[in-house]
Ligand binder design. Structure first.
Ligand SMILES: NC(=O)c1ccc[n+]([C@@H]2O[C@H](COP(=O)([O-])OP(=O)(O)OC[C@H]3O[C@@H](n4cnc5c(N)ncnc54)[C@H](O)[C@@H]3O)[C@@H](O)[C@H]2O)c1
Length: 378
């Protein structure tokens, strides 16, 4: 290479990122986003300026400050919104108003009206919205999709999922928001399960649910606030039924009320067999297949193949899409549909009737198996 030749392909550059919200989950994001060569993390913002400054220093990010400063910072094209669910709409809308693309943590917003308004605003402005969970892009769920596409369980018919635990207040240092509207097991963990099933079954058409709340208050179990009691304002146990437009049917359970931790249980049963899909809150994991003709109890194990770097893969897919013009996969539309499903589940458990769901989304195409987050492609 001559001294004047650029080290990277000409005409393009890494996509400039501002991370807004420097709390618990920002570590995983910042670790990954700063390690993907197609991204350039330029700014960390938070209401708590010390937190923003500390995270910037920890991950070698050059600048930190307020949301307003992040939106004006030279080179920032994409805002990664890791604030609390109650702030998702406001922060994302401010980014879009500044002409920036947005990646939101889940849920997209706390209710469909603000989710739809955000997508409409982005469409008018000509910017993109992506949303967690990006676990649907991980090796585990992508391999499961590939295998289902190859017909290993025949035509998918039904799904069974289980997520139960004693609740996140044992490990999260500020768990109060996880027991307020916009969270609870349904809205906090539901996006992983509903998104995974949406990429396999397509849009949902109606739901039904029952719910319970085991206790009106809980106690923080770790960190500086350990021992503090806080109120619980959402159902902490939800059992849901979902019917899909394409004819599939799913039974899902979400609970923070069990002393037993059993998470990530997702089984898809098709005309020719059952597939145990990896935990939809993870990026990796083996796939297990029990064919109808297998000896009973004999599962075949298939290792997953693809990207398993962790949170931030969806940001990278969105960023690469900005440069290449290819649609990104973890879209705001998918997240808005999942939000509508969860809100319908909530309405059903309050009203004891089936609730219709009528929003649509395009099932994203699978990621190529060789998709490499650590390659410089821009
Ligand atoms: N903690 C996890 O394991 C986890 C996992 C996956 C997804 N998430 C999602 O990530 C998001 C953040 O969760 P967390 O656990 O990191 O919460 P957290 O409370 O640890 O951190 C949230 C941060 O956002 C900041 N913030 C809130 N409102 C803001 C605003 N308007 N402008 C700027 N900063 C603001 C807060 O000051 C705080 O530093 C949530 O949407 C959650 O659902 C969390």
């Amino acid at each position: 290479m001559s001294g004047t030749e650029p080290a990277v392909p000409t005409g393009t550059a890494p996509v400039g990122i501002a991370v807004v919200g420097c709390g618990t989950i920002s570590d995983e994001y910042l670790r990954n986003l700063t390690s993907f060569p197609d991204l350039d993390v330029l700014f960390c913002a938070d209401l708590d300026l010390t937190r923003a400054k500390d995270q910037a220093a920890k991950y070698g990010v050059g600048a930190s400050g307020t949301l307003a400063q992040a939106l004006e910072y030279p080179g920032v094209e994409l805002v990664v919104n890791l604030t609390l669910p109650a702030a998702h709409a406001e922060v994302a809308s401010a980014a879009v108003a500044a002409g920036l693309h947005v990646w939101n943590e889940k849920p997209l917003t706390t209710e469909p009206a603000s989710g739809r308004a955000l997508l409409a605003q982005a469409e008018r402005t000509g910017v993109r919205v992506g949303c967690a969970p990006d676990t649907v892009l991980g090796a585990g769920l992508q391999t499961a999709r590939r295998l289902i596409g190859e017909g290993v369980i025949g035509v998918p018919q039904t799904a069974l999922t289980l997520m139960q635990s004693p609740g996140p207040e044992s490990w999260h240092p500020s768990p109060e928001f996880l027991f307020q509207p916009g969270a609870g097991p349904l809205f906090d963990l539901g996006p992983y399960y509903f998104s995974a099933l949406a990429t396999l079954f397509g849009p949902a058409s109606r739901v039904a649910a029952v719910g319970r709340q085991a206790a009106a208050t809980r106690v923080i179990g770790s960190g500086p606030k350990a021992g503090t009691e806080f109120s619980v304002d959402v159902p902490t146990h939800v059992g849901a039924l979902v019917e899909y437009e394409g004819g599939g049917a799913a039974s899902l359970m979400f609970s923070f009320d069990s002393p037993l931790s059993r998470q990530g249980f997702v089984e898809i049963t098709g005309t020719e067999g059952t597939m145990a899909v990896p935990d939809p809150n993870r990026f990796d994991g083996d796939i297990k297949i029990h064919g109808r003709d297998h000896e009973r109890g004999h599962w075949e194990t298939v290792p997953s193949a693809g990207a398993s770097a962790g949170r931030g893969l969806g940001v990278l897919d969105l960023a690469r899409g900005l440069r290449t013009g290819v649609p990104h996969r973890a879209t705001g539309q998918l997240a808005e549909h999942v939000l509508e499903v969860m809100v319908a589940v909530q309405a059903s458990l309050e009203g004891a009737a089936f609730e219709p769901v009528d929003s649509a989304f395009v099932v994203p195409p699978p990621l190529p198996e060789e998709w490499d987050p650590y390659a410089r492609t821009l």
